[in-house]
Structures are given as C-alpha cells and as structure tokens.
Design a protein around this ligand. Structure first.
Ligand code: ZN
Ligand code: ZN
Length: 409
C-alpha cells in the first residue's frame, strides 16, 4: 500500500464527493494532531479547485481528557455561546464543513460519567440552533475518519502500533473505495444503487416494518409522509454531497409513538468514550420501558435519561449484510464504520429530511406526525446474518425486504 498516493485519493474523494466543493466556497475544517497529513493534502487540492479559505478548528484528545480530569466541577454546566456563534457565522458566510476524525474510542474511560453527561447536555443545548444547518442541509458537510494509534491498537490488538495504524488505513481505504482505480466513479455508481433502494421503499410506502432475529421481535410503524433516503444529500443550492464517507445505509424515520416489542443490539456501541455491550430493549408505544446491557449499563441509563425523546427511536436504517464493511468482518469500534456494516436504529432526534414536510412543520405538527425530538441522536446496530425484515403495506400485503441480512428487493 502506498500511503501517500492513497492519502491524495482520499483527500480528492472528500472534496469532490464528500463536500462537492465549488469555486468561491470556503471550508470549516475540524481536525486533530493525527489528521494533519490528510488535512494538508486537502488544502493543497482545495485551493486549486477554487476554494477561498480553509478555517481550521483544532481539537486534541490529551487536552480534552485533561479538562475532564482536572477542571473545576462547575465548568461542566456552561458552554460559551460564542463557540456556537462562530460556527453559525461561518455557515452563513458560505463555509462548508469537513470533519476529520481520528477517534479514540476509550478516551474518557477514566473521566467521571456525570461530568461527561452534564457537558454533553450543556453543549447540546448551546449548539441546538446549529442542528438545522446540518440536519436540513443548509450547509454542505462531510465526515471522514482516519486512524489514531489508540483506535488502531484497539481494532488490531496483536499488532505493534505502527503496523496497527497501517492495517487500519488499509481497511479504511478498502471500505471507502479509495483503493479502487477511480474512487469518484465508484462512488457515483454506489450512490445510484442506494438511490434505487430508497426509491423502491418510497414506492412501497410501507405502513410498518417487522424485525425478526435472535433476541429481536419488533414492530416499527413508519409515519404517514415518511421518506427513505440513501447516498447523497442535496444542499439548498441543488448540489449533491455525501455527509458520511463511508455510507451504505438507506434510512428513514420510525413513528415515535408506534414501536412495540423486543430489540437486541448485535454490536457494541462506542459512545461518550466508553463501550456499551449486549444492549437489549423492550419498547411499548414507542418508548423504551425496559432495558439491559452486559457492560456499560450506567452509560446507557444516562443516555436514555437525557430527555423524553432519548427513549424513542429517530432513525431506522437498512444496510445489507454483504456490504464492504461487514465483509471486512471487523468491529471498527466506531459508529461511522460500524453503523454502515449493519442495519441500525438511532435513539433520539429524527432527521427532518426523512419526512416530506419535515422542514415546514412546527414543533406541534412534528409531534403529531410521529417525528421524534431530542438533544441526542445515537445509532446502534441491530443487523446481522440472521435478521429478517418484512414490510407491511397499508392494504396488509407483506413484502420481504431483507432475508438473512441481505436485500431481496
Ligand atoms: Zn444511520
Ligand atoms: Zn444516525
């Protein structure tokens, strides 16, 4: 593997397919110490494409951890509004967002979970007004990941650090199609395939989905006016962009009040710097009424207690078990990858774009329509080779959608 060559192709893919950057636009670039080589490659190419300015926002794991361990306790309830002002002003000045993330899945292991949840609550509240910019595609935005040494070691514990980083790079290049001859063309074809499935599901206009698998027997109603999406999102300018690289999902919104039965997660969830394993839920009328986890139940409890909507589903997503990510057979311990290896749901907020009138409805109308509201949106995996999903149309006709984890429509 030629790392330098692949970095160039990755940067090109992020700019052309991820952001679909146009001459005259500027970029708000979130990065950390590990993403510098990729960020520099992005800069070298972006300006040649006509970008006016790249404004960086730097974050560092060591500094984040130092704050959670050593800052005074009262520091975790206030998030200075000027930080949200900065992003909002950038979004309103033709800046579009690239987030390069080299995650450390267990960064906050030693931190007090109460501090973490207080801080997440404070920052979510202060940045709530930013959510429409990304959730309603008022800006173009994309997220791409790269290995941090700690992440690479957690995925490949038997390799030394350098080999682990290289091995993870190789997997990332594989599942993002960067290792293919022409990654941009490969993504065009892939986006079309996702669009075909979402169009089909929209044509069926199912009333509900039935999930059956080990530990799962669940009925999920879809709101009237729900909309399936997959692949590219469309910015208000009409430009298509790819919010997540990779993405393998076709997704919509479940009815916030009409989910019943039992649901078992099929992969651990890495969140808040911790791993939650063996999650099981019981749903009644849309809400989690009972739950358990073999590890990290306290984190899960805390997450569910964020607000009323945190106990309800805001996203239903279908991913084929034979997608390139599940074919690696790897647990990436990172949501961006793992959610694209498997069918998933999200607890919390629904995406407006998943409802035909999502951006026009007021709060009351959204509630009436069955669209969930919350400060959180956390994906967790439910798919696998034993999952079957059946769609039920309004006239009662049943259609197999996924059998043994793979598309049959
Ligand atoms: Zn999703
Ligand atoms: Zn999601």
């Amino acid at each position: 593997m030629n790392l330098q060559e692949n970095l160039k192709k990755y940067a090109n893919l992020i700019l052309k397919v991820g952001l679909n950057v146009q001459p005259g636009e500027s970029i708000l670039l979130h990065l950390d110490e590990h993403s510098l080589p990729l960020a520099r490659e992005i800069a070298r190419q972006a300006y040649k494409m006509g970008v006016h300015m790249i404004q960086t926002v730097f974050a560092d794991d060591e500094m984040t951890l130092a704050r959670f361990l050593n800052a005074p306790d009262e520091a975790f309830d206030t998030f200075s509004p000027f930080i949200a002002d900065f992003s909002e002003a950038a979004y309103n000045s033709n800046y579009h967002q690239i987030r390069l993330s080299a995650p450390n899945p267990e960064l906050l292991k030693a931190a007090d979970p109460k501090r973490i949840s207080r801080w997440l609550k404070a920052s979510a509240k202060a940045t709530e007004r930013l959510m429409p910019y990304v959730m309603e595609n008022k800006v173009k935005w994309t997220i791409a990941a790269l290995p941090s040494p700690v992440w690479a070691k957690s995925v490949f514990p038997d390799l030394d650090e350098e080999d682990a980083v290289n091995a993870l790079w190789e997997k990332i290049f594989q599942v993002t199609r960067v290792d293919q001859e022409d990654p941009v063309a490969a993504w065009d074809a892939h986006a079309k395939a996702l669009k075909r499935h979402s169009d089909l599901l929209n044509d069926y206009n199912f009333e509900k989905l039935i999930y059956q698998g080990p530990g799962t027997d669940l009925e999920v109603y879809l709101p009237e006016g729900h909309q399936w999406l997959g692949g590219a999102s469309v910015h208000k300018s009409g430009a298509a962009f790819m919010p997540n690289i990779p993405t393998e999902e076709v997704f919509s919104m479940p009815h916030a009040d009409k989910v019943n039965g039992t649901l078992s997660a099929t992969m651990p969830l890495s969140t808040r710097g911790r791993l939650i394993e063996g999650m099981r839920f019981v749903f009644k009328d849309g809400a989690v009424v009972d739950f358990d986890a073999t590890h990290g139940k306290d984190i899960l409890q805390d997450m569910l207690d964020t607000d009323e909507g945190a106990r309800r589903l805001g996203e239903v997503a279908l991913v084929a078990h034979d997608s390139p990510i599940s074919q690696t057979g790897l647990l990436f311990k990172n949501t961006l990858f793992d959610e694209n290896a498997s069918c998933h749901f999200a607890l919390g907020r629904a995406y407006s774009e998943n409802h035909v009138r999502g951006t026009e409805m007021n709060e009351e109308e959204k509630k009436q329509a069955g669209m969930n509201e919350s400060l959180i949106h956390v994906d967790f995996m439910v798919g696998g080779p034993e999952l079957n999903i059946t769609g039920v149309k309004h006239d009662g006709t049943q259609v197999n959608i996924l059998v043994n984890g793979n598309w049959v429509i």
